[in-house]
Design a protein around this ligand. Structure first.
Ligand SMILES: Cc1cc2nc3c(=O)[nH]c(=O)nc-3n(C[C@H](O)[C@H](O)[C@H](O)COP(=O)(O)OP(=O)(O)OC[C@H]3O[C@@H](n4cnc5c(N)ncnc54)[C@H](O)[C@@H]3O)c2cc1C
Length: 208
């Protein structure tokens, strides 16, 4: 059995395998109509208690997201489209993508969990977990999709070896552990670059 159910880890839950949760990162997101003249770059901008993300996505859409911790006041306050716009206006660069005539498709603020997590076990006799179910990355790392694809390839080799040799192959388990170590180095390095708000909780939590 393969758990490929993303962050919900449905199979892991059924097997009572716990998942370690490392932070409270989440995103508030608004989808806009893409404007032909709009800046097509993916932009990231850090702010006092989080960071903003702006990018084009398929279907002539443009997303703007605010990432912060669910217990922090800025994140909690963004419950409405008006509040989202108010916070967006405090940015220096991301707000300009909207002033380039982007219009919201609808005034709905979507929320997504974006915590870094890792299953306490990722494989055993006759089952394994891949993608976010095994290890979920902070979206700042841009690692989630390719790691899920790479992990699926590693997992398929493990499954073939298990069927062929009737032995649990530990390469996949070791691979996940090594990816986790690399990820945390990268995570620390990225967040350490922001020096302006070292005393603010969001940055403190990621820099100490
Ligand atoms: C806000 C946000 C922004 C992100 N931005 C990026 C980015 O820019 N770049 C990047 O690389 N990554 C990004 N990621 C991470 C990326 O989305 C994930 O790492 C990636 O989608 C993981 O793939 P997955 O197949 O493991 O899980 P998912 O993509 O979550 O797929 C799991 C699938 O399983 C299905 N499912 C769930 N339960 C069941 C069930 N019981 N039975 C059958 N099916 C089920 C779900 O419907 C879903 O289709 C972002 C994540 C978030 C939250």
């Amino acid at each position: 059995m393969v758990d490929a159910t993303g962050r919900s880890g449905k199979l892991l839950n059924q097997l009572s395998i716990k998942t370690k949760i490392y932070d409270r990162l989440a995103a508030r997101c608004v989808v806009y109509h893409r404007h032909a003249n709009n800046d097509q770059r993916t932009l990231i901008e850090s702010t006092e208690n989080g960071w903003w993300y702006s990018a084009e996505i398929p279907g002539n859409k443009h997303v703007i997201m605010y990432f912060s911790d669910t217990d922090l006041p800025e994140y909690k306050s963004i419950k409405s489209f008006q509040e989202f716009c108010k916070q967006l206006n405090k940015t220096t660069h991301i707000k300009n993508t909207v002033s380039n005539k982007l219009e919201a498709r609808d005034p709905i603020v979507y929320s997504f969990c974006a915590q870094s997590t890792q299953a306490e076990r990722v494989a055993d006799d006759n089952w394994l977990a891949v993608g976010d179910a095994a290890i979920a990355y902070d979206p700042l790392s841009s690692q989630g999709i390719w790691q899920a694809l790479l992990g699926a390839e590693m997992a398929s080799n493990t499954i073939i070896k298990e069927f062929t040799n009737n032995l649990i192959d530990l390469d996949y388990v070791h691979w996940i552990s090594s990816q986790a170590k690399e990820y945390w180095k990268l995570h620390k390095g990225f967040y350490a670059q922001e020096k302006r708000w070292v005393n603010n909780q969001f940055w403190q939590r990621r820099q100490n």
